[in-house]
Design a protein around this ligand. Structure first.
Ligand SMILES: [Mg+2]
Length: 217
């Protein structure tokens, strides 16, 4: 049987507060040695996940910035030829997102949003729990923008609906919300499922800890 573990990182694969994977590193090594395919699937940037892979001592395929891109897909092609770097949904750069946010998202609930780019480095560190190089890697985003939402749940739901009508997506992770193109963590999962769905011997298991991860299940 082929097993794919598709996992969120913060609060799932690594600790929410210390960002450590020490507690599970031995088990992860055993799983991989026994043929389990581990695919991190995170809102983190490609450079952040690359850094984590170096710390793990593993070269892994992974999905970054909420389904924006699949990196190291060549590691999967032998077994799942479907896998490519192509995506059906459009990705947006942060400057394109800012333009769409201003011109296409009309909800007044935008007033409850604080984009991290408008905060200082001390505030970045406090919100993301990171510093120095790791903080820089987290803020250097290619396909998404980070924000804090300070309104109510119902206002958040309405804002998400408006964002969706504008052709974008708003996802909430463990620390911040993530504005991006209309893609999410499940996009590549659905592609995998479409490909391996007829293969009785392949199982995809999703792991996560926040609203942002429900798409994996
Ligand atoms: Mg998480």
């Amino acid at each position: 049987m082929h097993i794919i573990f598709m996992t969120d990182l913060d609060g799932t694969f690594i600790g929410h507060d210390d960002f450590s994977f020490d507690a599970i590193s031995a088990e992860v090594s055993d799983l991989i040695r026994n043929g389990v395919n581990l695919i991190p699937n995170s809102s983190k940037t490609a450079n952040e996940i690359d850094e984590l892979c170096v710390e793990l001592g593993l070269c892994l395929p992974f999905i970054c910035e909420n389904g924006a891109a699949l990196i190291n897909s060549d590691l999967l092609i032998d077994r799942w030829p479907y896998v490519t770097d192509k995506k059906a949904n459009k990705t947006f750069t942060p400057s394109e997102l800012a333009h769409e946010w201003e011109h296409s998202v009309v909800s007044n609930h935008k007033n409850y949003c604080i984009f991290l780019e408008n905060l200082n480095s001390k505030e970045h560190a406090a919100i993301l729990g990171l510093s120095a190089e790791k903080l820089a890697l987290a803020l250097n985003r290619e396909y998404s923008s980070l924000l804090i939402f300070e309104g109510s749940e119902s206002q958040y739901t309405e804002l998400c609906q408006d964002v969706s009508r504008a052709g974008l997506a708003l996802h909430r992770g463990g620390r911040v919300c993530n504005l991006s193109g209309a893609h999410d963590k499940a996009d590549y999962c659905n592609g995998f499922r479409a490909t391996v769905g007829n293969q009785q011997d392949t199982v995809i298991v999703g792991f996560g800890d926040s609203d942002n991860d429900t798409a994996l299940t």
